[in-house]
Design a protein around this ligand. Structure first.
Ligand code: CMP
Length: 265
């Protein structure tokens, strides 16, 4: 049994089984091993938390971890993926400088190796194959996230369409028109006495006062499908004139910029 440079038996052997290091020679792996700190987690422990700064890459050598994303706007939390032995994580914050994009939690007793930022950067500079391996995994994660988003948006779009169909025609019309606004705060100008009903209908559909845009964009898409893009542009022009007449200049310009022909700006 040969102790590795980090004092842990067989660490280089473990590293050779990690796809990220597949093309790195044993001497370089032995050097790398000296800079990896093993950490043990019990089931339920948090390895890293979404929103916190990230200063290291992790390699999972045993156990199982769950990747969880929390959506601040809706308050929803979801497990989006699982990680097994040989997987790495924590690369996104290192590459982008952004906070951690997800929370990683142990689902079984797990063991990870921690590589700090400085060593990570030295590794990808010295071993271009490791950078390619990271790019491959990132591309796969992006493709999976796109597929999930598409399926979710289709389900949401079907729900929004059904809710719109349940509204009486004049309330549906008001909702459609309001979807052209960037700021829900401008609703009162548009709908006068009916502002409360409109606000309630938008909230029921999922358009939040604080400005979530996904549902609003789905309603806009529905309007484009119903009427065609040129009619929507005409609507937007009329709407922006109404807003301007009421003195809501920013809202008028916002509607024009978002929907009018580029050459009419
Ligand atoms: P980072 O953003 O630094 O911290 C959280 C980590 O979770 C992230 O890097 C990725 O390594 C990992 N992660 C984020 N999104 C996914 C995903 N969709 N599938 C698998 N892992 C992910």
């Amino acid at each position: 049994m040969t102790p590795s440079l980090s004092g842990e038996p067989h660490l280089e052997d473990t590293l050779t089984r990690i796809p990220l290091f597949a093309e790195i020679d044993r001497v370089a792996l032995a050097q790398l091993a000296a800079h990896l700190d093993p950490i043990e987690f019990q089931e339920g422990d948090t390895v890293c938390r979404q929103g916190e700064p990230g200063d290291c890459l992790y390699l999972l050598t045993s156990g199982r971890l769950g990747v969880h994303v929390h959506e601040a706007e809706s308050g929803a939390s979801r497990r989006i993926d699982g990680l097994g032995p040989g997987d790495f994580f924590g690369e996104m914050a290192l590459l982008t400088g952004e906070p951690r994009s997800a929370t990683i939690r142990a689902e079984l007793p797990s063991r990870v190796l921690r590589l700090d930022r400085e060593r990570f950067e030295a590794l990808v500079r010295a071993q271009p194959s490791s950078f390619l391996a990271i790019a491959r995994v990132l591309s796969r994660r992006l493709a999976a996230a796109n597929r999930i988003r598409l399926v979710e948006e289709q389900a949401l779009a079907a729900g929004v369409e059904a809710s719109l169909d349940r509204l009486p025609p004049e309330r549906r019309e008001s909702v459609m028109e309001a979807s052209l606004l960037d700021e829900p705060a401008d609703l009162a100008i548009l709908s006068g006495d009916h502002a409360d009903t409109l606000r309630m209908d938008l909230e029921t559909l999922g358009v939040r006062r604080e400005g979530g845009t996904v549902v609003r964009d789905l309603i806009r898409d529905q309007l484009r499908r119903d009427e065609g893009p040129s009619q929507v542009r005409r609507r937007a022009e009329v709407l922006s004139l109404r807003l301007a007449a009421a003195g809501a200049w920013d809202a008028a310009l916002g509607v024009r910029a978002a929907h009018a022909d580029a050459h009419s700006l």
